[in-house]
Design a protein around this ligand. Structure first.
Ligand SMILES: Cc1cc2nc3c(=O)[nH]c(=O)nc-3n(C[C@H](O)[C@H](O)[C@H](O)COP(=O)(O)O)c2cc1C
Length: 309
């Protein structure tokens, strides 16, 4: 079986100053990530990069320091930005670094990204929305939620004079911001065990503190969960404390099958329940729209497999 490879994340900070709060957030994320199996975050310093000038590009090659930076981006799976807000936007140094790695071939394409920011009133939020906009052109996929903004100047103090994060509540928020990533290429190239381990990381991350935080957030900002509104390209895992269906005893013996109604059904939904045959077996309920079902039934290759088992 293929050995598990860790997801490689590069952390980039838009501030160059020594005591940067945003770099402090990245340091904290790196510290937290040490307890997350299968994820490695490497800090990459953008300060040695020269100002972008296409005259520095010679026959499609870049200055050595730029080549070294581009290599870090090339070999990363994901990017974690510490993005301060300068005049309602991203900082010059960060934009410069992004531009260097966007030169041909664009190295940001198809990577996943997340942002941490500390700043004034909006906690650096406006820089994040500009950064997301840049990502559209670069094909860099930013996760939508959770968003992480931190007002660095509100009491209680969040950072010490070296820019180290000292606020325990903020550390907990960063912890909740580290989701599990897998590109389509990874899912197709690696085995099922690897995929399950990625999902398992998220399950483990949902400890009681995280769940209580979600409940608190929902109290403050209630939303409806759009169960049937997926875009067809994501996997969402849920859980519900269902009763053990096959164990219901109405005096008629053990149920032969379970029939469900329309509730919560949508194209592509798969539910797994403890199997009727016991012994650790699993029964799958797979829901398809009528047209998907019809298409499958008319697919001889698919039907050959279905009927063969
Ligand atoms: C040129 C400049 C522009 C700034 N503009 C903003 C701004 O638009 N919004 C904001 O919240 N803070 C702004 N700030 C304050 C920064 O958020 C603050 O300096 C922060 O600590 C910078 O991040 P760092 O600690 O990682 O260096 C600005 C700071 C500088 C130097």
């Amino acid at each position: 079986m293929e050995a598990q490879t860790a997801i490689k994340v590069v952390a980039l900070c838009g501030s160059l100053r020594k005591g940067s709060y945003n770099r402090g957030l990245l340091r904290s994320a790196m510290e937290i990530s040490k307890s997350i199996k299968g994820m490695e975050i490497e800090y990459v310093d953008i300060s040695p990069l020269p100002f972008l000038n296409t005259d520095l590009e010679v026959d499609g090659t870049y200055p050595p320091v730029v080549e070294a930076f581009r290599q870090k981006i090339l070999t990363a799976d994901s990017v974690l930005f510490g993005s301060p807000e300068y005049n309602y936007s991203v900082t010059g140094p960060l934009k410069n670094a992004i531009d260097w790695a966007s030169r041909p071939p664009n190295l940001w394409a198809d990577k996943t990204a997340a942002i941490l920011s500390a700043g004034g009133g909006f906690g650096g939020g406006r820089s994040q929305y500009h950064l997301r906009q840049i990502g559209v052109y670069l094909d860099l996929h930013f996760i939508n939620k959770p968003e992480f903004f931190l007002n660095a100047f509100q009491s209680p103090a969040k950072f010490d004079s070296d820019g180290n994060l000292i606020d325990a509540a903020t550390k907990e928020r960063i912890k909740a911001s580290i989701p599990t990533y897998a590109s389509t290429g990874d899912v197709l190239a690696k085995d099922i065990r690897w995929c399950i381990e990625q999902l398992n990381k998220n399950v483990l991350a949902h400890d009681s503190n995280t769940v209580m935080k979600y409940i608190g957030d929902w109290d403050r900002d209630p939303r409806c969960f759009p169960l049937g509104d997926f875009d067809g390209a994501i996997i969402t895992m849920g859980s519900i404390p269902r009763f053990p269906m096959y164990k219901n005893d109405f005096g008629w013996g053990k149920p032969f099958a379970v029939r469900n109604g329309w509730a919560n059904k949508f194209d592509g939904k798969i539910s797994a329940t403890p199997g009727r045959n016991g012994g650790g077996s699993i029964d799958l309920e797979v829901v398809f729209a009528l047209e998907t079902m019809a298409a499958l039934e008319f697919d001889p290759e698919f039907m050959e497999y279905v009927l063969g088992y």
